[in-house]
Design a protein around this ligand. Structure first.
Ligand code: GLU
Length: 197
């Protein structure tokens, strides 16, 4: 179980998210990733290894986004590879999810999703969340997340973004820590207060 940081506000999100991840580094991790909501849609990067590797992937790009989520992973299901790093996305690349914890019933949910012709690309338990949310999404992200989580057994702290709602992060927790920090015109979500102070 490792780190989540999310930011929505007026400032550029990427430096805040990277700084938040660094403050969570002490918890240990094997991979890192980020998803932000730019004008042109949902952009994400993720990789195995250190936060520095993620910084190298994004360093020459100018992100305008003022909302996004980021994650450090401690693998429980699937090797610590680039593909298994979070965020995980739905089939259309519109919805991104970061998750701490373990989805106990992911195997049966995965089978159902594959029968429904969802295209799953990782070995993680987490990826089913992105596709389940896609399955329920009809324009209201909060309702889709609630419906998806009603199918899930296990522990989770999650943060979810969708390209249709560039100023919204939906977060939920069950058995995994997640705190919300609300500021003046900006809000944070994190798996530990250290990330959002
Ligand atoms: N179970 C998830 C995975 O293996 C999340 C692990 C975590 O909490 O970092 O990808």
């Amino acid at each position: 179980m490792c780190g989540i940081i999310g930011y929505v506000g007026k400032q550029k999100a990427v430096p805040i998210l990277i700084e938040g991840l660094k403050r969570l580094e002490y918890r240990g991790y094997d991979s890192a990733g980020i998803a932000v909501l730019e004008n042109k849609g949902l952009i994400y990067e993720k990789c195995a290894g250190k936060i520095k590797n993620l910084e190298d992937l994004i360093k020459d790009r100018d992100f305008e986004s003022t909302a996004g989520i980021a994650h450090t992973r401690w693998a429980t299901h699937g090797e610590p590879t680039d593909l298994n790093a979070h965020p995980h996305l739905d089939c259309k690349g519109n919805i991104a999810v970061v998750h701490n914890g373990i989805i106990e019933n992911y195997r049966s949910l995965r089978e159902v999703l594959i029968r429904e012709e969802h295209h799953l690309t990782s070995d993680t338990d987490t990826e089913i969340l992105a596709h389940l949310i896609e399955e329920y999404y009809e324009g209201n992200l909060l309702e889709a997340v609630q419906a998806a989580l009603s199918q899930v057994e296990g522990t989770y702290g999650i943060a979810v973004v969708c390209k249709d709602n560039p100023h919204q992060i939906v977060a939920a927790r069950h058995g995994s820590p997640l705190v919300i920090g609300s500021g003046n015109g900006e809000n944070f979500v994190a798996s530990d207060v250290a990330a959002s102070e």
